[in-house]
Write a protein that binds this ligand. Sequence first.
Ligand SMILES: NC(=O)c1ccc[n+]([C@@H]2O[C@H](COP(=O)([O-])OP(=O)(O)OC[C@H]3O[C@@H](n4cnc5c(N)ncnc54)[C@H](OP(=O)(O)O)[C@@H]3O)[C@@H](O)[C@H]2O)c1
Length: 245
Amino acid sequence: MQLQGRTAVVTGGTRGLGRAVAQALADAGAVVVAAARDVQDAQPDPVAGGGRIVQVKADVTVPQSVEDLMRTAHERYGGPHIVVANAGVSRPGPVSVLSGEDWDTVIGTNLTGVFHTVRAAVPFLQEAGPGRVITVSSLLGRRAMPGAAAYCASKAAVERFTEVCALELAPKDITVNCLSPGFIEEGQGRALMANEVLWPRLRDTLAAGRPGTGAEVARAAVFLASAESSYVNGAVLPVDGGVRW
Ligand SMILES: NC(=O)c1ccc[n+]([C@@H]2O[C@H](COP(=O)([O-])OP(=O)(O)OC[C@H]3O[C@@H](n4cnc5c(N)ncnc54)[C@H](OP(=O)(O)O)[C@@H]3O)[C@@H](O)[C@H]2O)c1
């Protein structure tokens, strides 16, 4: 699956799962614009496979920031042809005490941020075509976990949003699919695994007997970004090794 000549934008591409996805897309030959609020290095970072990763500052909660991100990617590298709406946050807490601010942060980033990202990308994806959009939900988008109301709600909504976008954008030669990772040894998943009360119970639900790796999620992202997935549209692809829950 080769991505030479393709430009990808990965929101939240500087850390955790997003970083693993950015790396895999670059290894497949794409120029990857990894966007986040806190970027450390704007210099190109050459990688094996002919691709490279560049970091650009952007905040997905701010529409103008995401529009600037897409324009910057287009002017510097062409495209973008691939957009991975990965940036996400979590604010755990029971509904009875969850603050409105935490709720807004989660929904504003995980759901409205995905909307801003996709909307800003569409004109560029359509012009560069064929376009690929990959959103990122979670196992918790279809399974309820006490203490994760805002996160679960945001990820369930991302899945329906993805399916609507897939129908709307297919005539523009853009596919829109969603990755739904389970428990992954990367980013927020690492914090969960450090929870000595919760993690032993969750670990017992893993059919594979182990959590996934960032690279395993990233390989699925490369497939959805590639020409090989040309007739896959509106899919929610679990990458969770099988979970008994
Ligand atoms: N790790 C897992 O086990 C797991 C499982 C299922 C789903 N997921 C999903 O996978 C995605 C990545 O999660 P992760 O675990 O890799 O998280 P992470 O390590 O916390 O990384 C989150 C990334 O998003 C960026 N980000 C956060 N808010 C942003 C904003 N407003 N604008 C732009 N960038 C922003 C962060 O950079 P800055 O803070 O510098 O902006 C960072 O690069 C999320 O959507 C998450 O819900 C993860």
